[in-house]
Structure formats: structure tokens, C-alpha cells
Design a protein. Structure first.
Length: 93
């Protein structure tokens, strides 16, 4: 059976090893909290950018729709030009 001094020595070694492990855990936890905090900021910035992009795309879509509506009446006038271009192509062939 180990003596009291041997048991105390073993206990002190165990406490030293466990203390180092706890310090490592605390250190890693601090690093993870910092990383998570930064990722949260990045996500918020991406959400703001995405909202701005959505607004820009909505505006662009409205502009395209307005242009399309404006060009529809002129579409009928473009058909004779197509016929003329087709006639020119056929003539060259």
C-alpha cells in the first residue's frame, strides 16, 4: 500500500495535469467565443448586403418590365424590318 507521501505526490501530479487541461479548455473556449462573435458580425453584414442586392434587383426588374411594356407597341413595326433582313440574307445565298 502506498505511503501517505506517495499518495499526496500522486494527487499533486493529478491536480497539475487537470489544471493544465482546464487552462487549455478555457483558452480554447475564449478563442471560439471570439470566432463566433466575428462570424455573427459577418452574417449581419451579409444580410444587409443581401437586402441591398434584393432592392437593386427589384429596381432593375421594374426597369426591364417598364422598357418591355414600352417596346411592345413598337414590336409590330419591327416585323417589316425582319422581313427585309431575311430577304437580304436569302438574296446573298
Amino acid at each position: 500500500m502506498p505511503t501517505q507521501e506517495e499518495r499526496l505526490f500522486t494527487l499533486e501530479q493529478t491536480v497539475t495535469v487537470l489544471s493544465k487541461g482546464l487552462r487549455d479548455i478555457d483558452h480554447n473556449e475564449t478563442i471560439l467565443l471570439g470566432v463566433i462573435s466575428e462570424q455573427g458580425k459577418d452574417i449581419r453584414e451579409m444580410k444587409v448586403s443581401l437586402a441591398a442586392l434584393n432592392e437593386h434587383l427589384d429596381s432593375f426588374e421594374q426597369s426591364v418590365n417598364t422598357t418591355t411594356v414600352a417596346l411592345l407597341p413598337k414590336h409590330g413595326r419591327l416585323r417589316p424590318l425582319r422581313k427585309l433582313n431575311n430577304w437580304r440574307r436569302n438574296r446573298r445565298a
